[in-house]
Each structure stands twice: as structure tokens, then as C-alpha cells.
Design a protein around this ligand. Structure first.
Ligand code: SF4
Length: 252
């Protein structure tokens, strides 16, 4: 049986695009983004809610009050792709650095293996954007170069037992491939970050704090106090460079 991955749909095709990494350790690196559909969480401020906020699901979202906003028709927002088609799409770009993102890409960790194997056999660097709740299977881990682990804080509006999965956090904390990126909405969020860093023994130089926001104005406003917190704690600050360059747009 041929394994297919579920990708987010953008216009008539899958959401695969060549841009620069806008966040975290590899900020500024030219990268091919492969956006998978599906997520196991439901963050209220999620900016890729078209990967999970399906019609007839109960999850609230900050955009609920926006005129015209409505939940998504699942069948319309997923593209199924086999490895050959994925390699062809990725191979169109002059770059050997792939960011596999979502949604939560590790929801499909078993189906990801053949794609990851092919990418590695052709010399690609593979980084994953993950919410840190799912342990990738051992085989997939072998073909991974980097995990950008964004454990969700209470500002995401997700039940604690769903966003904090101790076994998964321990796995990532012990992996030399992991970097931790926390989405910070207000200075009060810091105590949760400090608890996680302490409880899971995460080295401070692997911790990035990133402002929550999908506009330049919001990011700049939060930058002021967030940079100060990073300096105090020895954490790294990461911006959301793509928002400054392109705005809150898809496929760029
Ligand atoms: S984990 Fe990521 S993709 Fe999933 S709902 Fe939260 S922000 Fe969105």
C-alpha cells in the first residue's frame, strides 16, 4: 500500500513553498516549507487554523468574532500526496533545507517516514516544527536533523493535560536535536516557561521566547518587554520575521 501524507491545501495545490525560516534557531535560512494538515491541539490564537478547526468542532478561536470567519470544511482543505509527488514539488526549489510544519506534523509521524528517508537520501536537512506532545517513532527520529519544539502555555487555551505531555517533553528535552520556542503573550507567561525549563532540565541557550501576534504592530509592542525578559533569564529572543516581511499571509 502506498503511504500518503495529508497536506494543507493552498489554492489548487499543497502548501509547499520556498521562503526563509522566520522563527527560531534558523531564522533567516532559505527553506522549503511543507505544511501538513491536522493538529491534535486547538490553540485560540493559532494562525494555521485551516489545518484543524473543522466545521462542527467545538473549539473557540480568537477570530470567531471576525465578520465572515467560519470554521473550515475538512474535505476542502486537505491534499493527499505520495512521496514521489512530494519530492517533485520540493525538488522545484534551489534549496536543500526543508521545514516540515503544520498543524502538528508528528500526528502523521508514521506516514512521514518514507518522505523523510527520501529527503535524507537526497541530502536535505530536515527540521520539524512541533508542539512537543507526540514522540516521533524511532525510525523517523533517525532521519530528523532538528526539532523546533513549541510547548504551548496556558495562553493557548488548551487543556493542560493535552498540551503538557511529560513523556514527550522529556524525549525532546533529552534530544540534542531540540530547540524550544515558547509563544509568549504577556509577561505573566514567564513563570510557566521557567517551570518547564526547570522541570525538564532544558538548557537556557536552547530556549527561544517569541511574541504572540500576527501583525508587526503587535510584535513590536511585545518585543519591548520580551527582549528584557530574555536578557534577564539568558534565553534567546526570536522574532517572527515572515510577519514583518510579508504580513499574515499564506504560502510566503
Ligand atoms: S499546536 Fe500549533 S498548529 Fe496546533 S493549534 Fe496550536 S498553534 Fe495551531
Amino acid at each position: 500500500m502506498t503511504t500518503k501524507l495529508k497536506l494543507a491545501r493552498l489554492n489548487d495545490g499543497p502548501e509547499i513553498f520556498y521562503t526563509i525560516q522566520g522563527e527560531g534557531k534558523n531564522l533567516g535560512f532559505p527553506s522549503i516549507f511543507v505544511r501538513l494538515s491536522l493538529c491534535n491541539l486547538y490553540c485560540v490564537w493559532c494562525d494555521t487554523d485551516y489545518t484543524w478547526n473543522w466545521q462542527h468542532t467545538p473549539y473557540p478561536h480568537l477570530r470567531d468574532t471576525e465578520p465572515g470567519y467560519q470554521k473550515y470544511d475538512k474535505a476542502q482543505h486537505i491534499v493527499m500526496m505520495e512521496v514521489e509527488a512530494l519530492m517533485e514539488a520540493v525538488g522545484q526549489h534551489p534549496c536543500k533545507h526543508v521545514v516540515i510544519t503544520g498543524g502538528e506534523p508528528l500526528v502523521q509521524h508514521k506516514a512521514l517516514l518514507p518522505f523523510a528517508q527520501r529527503l535524507k537520501s537526497e541530502g536535505y536537512f530536515i527540521e520539524y516544527e512541533t508542539n512537543g506532545t507526540i514522540i516521533p517513532n524511532e525510525a523517523l527520529d533517525i532521519y530528523s536533523d532538528q526539532y523546533n519544539v513549541s510547548i504551548k502555555l496556558s495562553n493557548a487555551g488548551v487543556l493542560t493535560e493535552e498540551r503538557i505531555r511529560p513523556e514527550a517533553i522529556s524525549f525532546f528535552a533529552q534530544s540534542s536535536k531540540s530547540y524550544f520556542k515558547f509563544v509568549v503573550d504577556s509577561p505573566q507567561d514567564l513563570s510557566e516557561v521557567l517551570d518547564l525549563v526547570q522541570n525538564y532540565d532544558i538548557p537556557s541557550d536552547k530556549v527561544y521566547l517569541m511574541p504572540q501576534g500576527t501583525s508587526q504592530a503587535l510584535l513590536r509592542q511585545k518585543q519591548q518587554w520580551l527582549v528584557a525578559l530574555c536578557k534577564e533569564q539568558g534565553f534567546r529572543y526570536t522574532d517572527r520575521l515572515h510577519i514583518h516581511i510579508y504580513g499574515d499571509k499564506r504560502g510566503v
